[in-house]
Ligand binder design. Structure first.
Ligand code: TRP
Length: 331
């Protein structure tokens, strides 16, 4: 077998932040070295929850593409495309829907969680129930071996494997491979208020935030609440929200010296956060440079066009085979 194939997608629902970067995006970037990667903007999936207000999906899609490129996805090596431009995904979704029992979808824990968490939206739709079937189509249409995702996506991937097995079994073929998840080790990245970093909590540092915003956000991190004065000894490893970022952005010597300075009440939080902010800014600088370059170029659309056409070639071939497996030769 040649180079293994990777497929993954993200929904365009807002700008990416440090949580996304240290979660799945870094992994995506690394994987470009060793695999044939297909990464796509899952705008149809975004529509399953945003169908009432779809006007932002297009601008978020462009933003997502810029976030990806600025973080280091490389369109020369990787196929980057927009899901809704490869209509074959929809045909495979339809065909897989025929053989997927509704009970498999209803018992999906991610489905149950989302319905609960997004209780302000009417999600008892056919499309939302079918979300993982569409996701299965996204993956199987490229016969991907591996899918880099976060923990919350594991049930969807399990379902993808079940659907692949059912297809192979029903039509007595060994056609779709069963894709395996590639789980990124996800370090804890709390937001400014200590909760999980999230756009909807308003506590996130976005990849595109300018330096002064990054600085101001990091300075407003809630640190050790049991250390109101600098003269009180702190416990960074157990009580400080900014410490998770310190571990990601500072060297081990610096971390040691921060721990001892904090515990011995020598190092104040403001001073510490100022140093951290400069590190994060340094790390994000290449992102901002790349972002500016990409944003100037008229080539964003061209990147998508190239990716779409490459994805479509493969998807078209798969669909020809799938139609033949199900229906046999054309009459
Ligand atoms: N459901 C994924 C998420 O919310 C996005 C997604 C859609 C996806 N299709 C996919 C991920 C196919 C991996 C493979 O993050």
């Amino acid at each position: 077998m040649g180079v293994e194939r990777i497929v993954s997608g993200m929904r365009p629902t807002g700008p990416l932040h440090l949580g996304h970067l240290h979660g799945v995006l870094k992994k995506w970037i690394e994987l470009q070295e060793k695999y044939e990667c297909f990464y796509f903007i899952a705008d149809w999936h975004a529509l399953t929850t945003e169908y009432e207000n779809p006007e932002r999906i297009r601008s978020y899609s462009k933003e997502l593409l810029l976030d990806w490129l600025s973080a280091g996805l490389d369109p020369e090596r990787t196929t980057i495309f927009l899901q809704s431009e490869v209509k074959e995904h929809a045909e495979l979704f339809l065909l897989l829907g025929m053989l997927t029992p509704v009970s498999w979808l209803e018992r999906n824990p991610t489905y149950k969680d989302m319905i609960q968490n997004l209780s302000d939206k009417e999600l008892a739709t056919y499309g939302f129930l079918g979300y993982p079937v569409l996701q299965s189509a996204d993956i199987l249409i490229y016969k991907a071996q591996k899918v880099p995702v976060g923990l919350d996506q594991i049930p969807h991937l399990e379902l993808t494997r079940e659907i692949a097995r059912r297809f192979n079994y029903l039509y007595k073929v060994d056609y779709f491979p069963e894709p395996q998840p590639l789980l990124a080790e996800v370090p804890k990245v709390p937001g400014i208020d200590g909760r999980k970093m999230s756009k909807s909590y308003g506590n996130a540092i976005f990849l595109k935030d300018p330096p002064e915003v990054v600085r101001q956000k990091i300075l407003s991190y809630v640190t050790d609440t049991q250390r109101p004065r600098k003269s009180d000894p702190g416990d960074p490893e157990n009580r400080c929200n900014a410490f998770h970022l310190i571990k990601l952005y500072m060297s081990s010597e610096e971390i040691d010296s921060i721990i001892s300075g904090c515990k011995s009440a020598q190092l104040g939080c403001v001073e510490c956060k100022k140093a951290l902010a400069e590190r994060v800014i340094n790390a994000l600088e290449p992102f901002w440079k790349r972002r500016e370059e990409w944003d100037k170029k008229a080539s964003l659309e061209e990147i998508l066009e190239r990716g779409i056409s490459k994805a479509r070639d493969i998807a078209t071939r798969t669909m020809e085979e799938v139609r033949e497996i199900i229906f046999g030769e054309k009459p």
